[in-house]
Write a protein that binds this ligand. Structure first.
Ligand code: 5AD
Length: 379
């Protein structure tokens, strides 16, 4: 059997069985066989199309503030970074951003921000209630870090539906390398369990190529995500920020990120998997390549233009063009070029999709797997 055939067989088995032994996951991650990778991406793409048709869900991202009491070593808005111009959007501004997005057709708003003690549970719950009242038919996603269980419950009762909290790495030693001693993997995992128990559609994920990450760590992450079964899986490459201790570390690999997206799509056919901003920031066609590897969500930026540059988690973070809410027409054109269309629905996680398949395929669109993927150089 050739190496390519072996990798193809592993991708088929992953789809069929939902997981693989660690050494086979390692092979899928590490073997740089062009044809094997093309096959993996093609199978993941077909799996996504079977469940979601050629539709890509959009989420309007509002970066509500960059004040953060944490000191994660990779992050540009970490507490120790004295060069950040700190900001907080007030409630009215956040509502206006969402109003603008609503009028464009967004039906999911993602509120993301640093862990800001000023933004306490009371203020956050009030913000969520206001948004819930203003946009009864929209989904509200929070991405505000670690909170108490009571706080998570309170935000849920106020109307939040989804929560994003990447675990970043499932390996305790690696977690300790990326985070200050005040943070712990156990606590993060506890938060994730509680979020799910409360009833949130829960998202987790990792940075690919973060300093110190090994293939074995990635295998641990895959196995954790297999067991945890998140509704949303965020996978983006690590990108250094010049004012962090990791300023001189290399960025993660686009190809490895794409392989992980495909692996997660095969393991979780119904999961909501974004083609992340980090992927689009690192490679000009990263968004398209993510979609052609099995992603089905994009998150254009709805934040006020003047605050976008201040929410710099990493250098050269994209927030304009097709990564911007005001660039929706451009995004639509770029998606059309690879045979996809924007879906303006809420795009909730659908348990039924796990078994069945979606039928709203737009037959006038181009079949993505008929496209010459070499144009986009999926490797
Ligand atoms: N490179 C890529 N992603 C990053 N994040 C934070 N800093 C970086 C970076 N330097 C990601 C983390 C976090 C999410 C909000 O942004 O995974 O969970």
């Amino acid at each position: 059997m050739t190496e390519t055939d072996r990798l193809k067989g592993l991708a088929d088995r992953l789809l069929l069985e939902g997981t693989l032994p660690p050494e086979d996951l390692r092979s899928l991650l590490l073997h740089h066989d062009g044809q094997g990778a093309d096959y993996l991406h093609g199978l993941a793409r077909q799996t996504a199309r079977k469940h979601f048709g050629n539709r890509i869900f959009i989420r309007g991202l509002v970066e509500i503030g960059n004040c953060c009491h944490n000191d994660c070593l990779y992050c540009g808005i970490r507490r120790s970074n004295r060069h950040v111009e700190r900001y907080r959007l007030d409630r009215q501004t956040i509502l206006e951003c969402c109003r603008t997005g609503y009028e464009m057709g967004f039906r999911t708003f993602v509120l993301q921000g640093g862990e800001d003690p000023w933004m306490d549970d009371e203020r956050t719950a009030t913000l969520v209630s206001c948004l819930r009242q203003a946009f009864p038919d929209a989904a509200i996603t929070l991405s505000l870090g670690e909170k108490t269980v009571e706080a998570y419950r309170r935000f849920f009762e106020a109307g939040a539906n989804r929560y994003l909290l990447r675990h970043e790495t499932h390996n305790p030693a690696h977690y300790a390398l990326l985070h200050p001693a005040s943070m712990s993997l156990d606590h993060r995992l506890h938060c994730l369990e509680e979020l799910k128990r409360i009833g949130y559609q829960t998202g987790t994920g990792i940075m690919v190529g973060s300093p110190g990450q090994t293939a074995d760590h990635l295998v641990e992450d895959i196995r954790f995500i297999h067991d945890f079964r998140p509704h949303m899986i965020g996978i983006g490459p690590f990108i250094p920020h010049h004012d962090t201790p990791f300023a001189h570390e290399p960025a993660g690999s686009v190809e490895l990120t794409l392989r992980l997206i495909s692996i997660f799509r095969l393991m979780h056919p119904a999961a909501l998997i974004p083609a992340t901003t980090a992927l689009a920031s690192l490679s000009p066609d990263g968004r398209e390549r993510g979609i052609l590897a099995g992603a089905n969500v994009v998150m254009p930026n709805l934040s006020p233009l003047h605050s976008r540059a201040k929410y710099a988690l990493y250098d050269n973070k994209a927030s304009l063009g097709a990564e911007a809410a005001e660039g929706l027409a451009l995004l639509d054109r770029r998606l059309a070029a690879i045979g996809y269309r924007i879906d303006k629905g809420r795009g909730d996680y659908d348990n039924n999709r796990r078994a069945g398949c979606h039928t709203s395929e737009d037959t006038t669109g181009i079949e993505a797997h008929d496209l010459k993927t070499d144009i986009l150089c999926i490797k």
